[in-house]
Design a protein around this ligand. Structure first.
Ligand code: SF4
Length: 323
């Protein structure tokens, strides 16, 4: 399968430059894994606002009734204005990205789970919130996949992020190069089982949009489809929906299989349901039969390979299935 090369904005300290407050960088496995398959656009907001490397750490301060502030306790500097100014300049010059990987818990980059202090003087964190740059990403580009490198250690979150990143990038690439509705119909056909696994009612709504009974112009149909499509990937698929999509794929080939093979598939599906094997095991089995029967429809389905195969790693942070 051919894959688009998504553009991913990434926190620069995640392996690109030693720009952390302490003059270090962090090697991140997910970033390393993705490097051959995406175009990274690294950025360090704190360096961009002139804080230098190394520097005294900054923190998010959120006083009662006020907006979040970016404050440097050692110097007493409030750098909120600089950060907000940089952020709006950054977004005004940004070429359409396909996703973001941001530094976990950073007061600037962190999209969530960032320590927030109730006053400049208070030495203890009072709660959790967003870094200033991370918050702007979520506010300005709510339809894009955004993750932090910490959460990407969880297998489910990583798989969902990769699937969303590559599927939406594929859609955008085809939208840019397509000349009419035909390519949208092709996209929808390839994505059908993946959409079924994520959200069956959205799959039907998307099908209606491609049918275009209202006879909208092609650009309008692409726009309507794109708007609905991003909502499909709001959260990882429920495993019951995945099973439904697997059964659908299996249904197209089951009458050509021996009874023992059918039993084996159903047992494997049970193992998947019980979290004893990952989805990739079921997919591999389906694929082997699709190859045997030269089932082009199934082999062309995004569900069979939603992102480049080399990115598939079933290692996990240990938090288990979160869907
Ligand atoms: S977390 Fe963001 S601001 Fe901090 S060093 Fe990394 S890239 Fe720079």
């Amino acid at each position: 399968m051919n894959f688009p090369r998504p553009k991913v904005v990434v926190s620069k300290c995640l392996g690109f430059e030693a720009c952390r407050y302490n003059g270090q960088k962090i090697r991140d496995h997910s970033v390393d894994l993705l490097a051959p398959y995406v175009e990274f656009m690294p950025v360090c907001p704190e360096v961009e606002i002139g804080l230098g490397v190394p520097r005294d750490p900054v923190r998010v301060v959120c006083e009662e009734g006020g907006s979040p502030m970016l404050y440097q306790p050692a110097t007493g500097r409030d750098v909120t204005g600089q950060m907000l100014e940089f952020t709006s300049r950054f977004f005004s010059q940004l070429e359409q990205p396909d996703g973001f990987i941001l530094k976990h818990r950073s007061p600037s980059c962190g999209p969530w789970d960032v320590k927030s202090y109730s006053s400049k003087e208070n030495p203890g964190a009072a709660g959790k919130g967003r870094g200033l740059f991370g918050a702007a990403v979520l506010q300005r580009l709510p339809d894009l996949p955004v993750e932090d490198e910490g959460r990407l250690r969880n297998f489910t979150i990583r798989e969902h992020f990769f699937t969303t990143l590559f599927t939406l990038a594929r859609f955008r690439e085809q939208e840019r190069t397509a000349s009419g509705i035909r390519s949208l119909v092709n996209f929808h056909t390839e994505a059908k089982l993946l959409l079924m696994a994520y959200n069956q009612s959205a799959m039907r709504r998307l099908g209606k949009i491609t049918a275009n009974h209202e006879r909208h112009p092609a650009e309008k149909v692409w726009e309507l489809y794109g708007r609905e499509l991003v909502g499909v990937f709001d959260s990882p698929p429920k495993f019951t929906n995945m099973i439904n999509a697997f059964q659908h794929a299996f249904g197209g080939m089951s009458d050509r299989l021996a009874p023992g093979e059918r039993r084996f598939f159903l047992n494997t599906l049970e193992e998947y349901r019980d979290e004893r094997v990952p989805a990739s095991t079921v997919i591999h089995l389906l694929k082997s039969w699709a190859v045997r029967f030269d089932n082009r429809y199934l082999l062309g389905q995004l569900l069979m390979e939603p992102y480049p195969h080399d990115l598939l790693e079933i290692t996990d942070s240990g938090k288990g299935r979160s869907y």
